[in-house]
Design a protein around this ligand. Structure first.
Ligand code: HEM
Ligand code: HEM
Length: 174
């Protein structure tokens, strides 16, 4: 039995699953030209990017449901006020952008959303300016999400290597 607070195994599963999916969504876009040679062309890159984005959205809803049900362990001491504010606000904005990025991705297109070639979600019909608005929202929210994730990962490494506390271990298996 560990002597430090731990996330539930379900929360760890959601965290790492979501992390892998988001990173995949970014990598597909960042290396789309190289990857399109291996994945059968650009349409497949976008099909995968969008489908993975839909999974991110579903996993985020599940994550929020689990947090409402069980809460979040207090991995930082009460007196670490600044660190608590920084980590909680980074995490809070990550949740927000984990919802806005995929939602805006869906809303910016006038074509049905094909999920892994299995399900087709109809597009919402709206004036062109709205599509353009959601397109900008998608780009801005995705890049803000990337910055927050970078800050978040650096924070976790700072705790592990510099402060040498148990924050990182609270999110690792076992
Ligand atoms: C976690 C979810 C997602 C992330 C982090 C993400 C991130 C990104 C990023 C970084 C770009 C490149 C922007 C640029 O060209 O500079 C992009 C483009 C794009 N994304 Fe997503 N995305 C996500 C989900 C989705 C979803 C769910 C859809 C559609 C249903 C989607 C559709 C697209 C499309 C069509 C583009 C190309 C836009 C263009 O060429 O201007 N994305 N996304
Ligand atoms: C190497 C990559 C990563 C590491 C080492 C890491 C580490 C951690 C740690 C140690 C915590 C617990 C911190 C605390 O409660 O104060 C945490 C929580 C969290 N992380 Fe990460 N993380 C990584 C990637 C990501 C990514 C890519 C995302 C976004 C998709 C993310 C989103 C979150 C969120 C929202 C929380 C709050 C608790 C929860 O809902 O799971 N993390 N992370």
């Amino acid at each position: 039995m560990q002597d430090y607070p731990q996330y539930r195994s379900q929360q760890k599963l959601i965290h790492w699953l979501s992390a892998v999916l988001v990173i995949l969504a970014f990598l597909l876009i960042m290396f789309k030209i190289i990857l399109s040679h291996f994945l059968g062309g650009m349409p497949n890159i976008y099909l995968l990017h969008k489908s993975i984005g839909v999974l991110v959205f579903i996993v985020t809803i599940w994550r929020i449901k689990v947090i409402i049900q069980y809460g979040i362990p207090e991995v930082l001491d009460k007196h670490q006020r600044l660190q608590r504010i920084l980590s909680k606000s980074t995490q809070g904005f990550i949740y927000i952008f984990l919802l806005i990025a995929p939602l805006s991705g869906y809303l910016m297109s006038s074509r049905p959303l094909n999920v892994f070639g299995l399900v087709s979600i109809p597009a919402i019909d709206m004036p062109n300016e709205f599509y353009l608005f959601f397109h900008s929202t998608h780009l801005i929210s995705s890049y803000l999400l990337a910055v927050l994730i970078l800050v978040h990962i650096l924070g976790a490494l700072y705790h592990y290597f510099w402060l040498k506390d148990k924050v990182l271990q609270s999110m690792l298996a076992k």
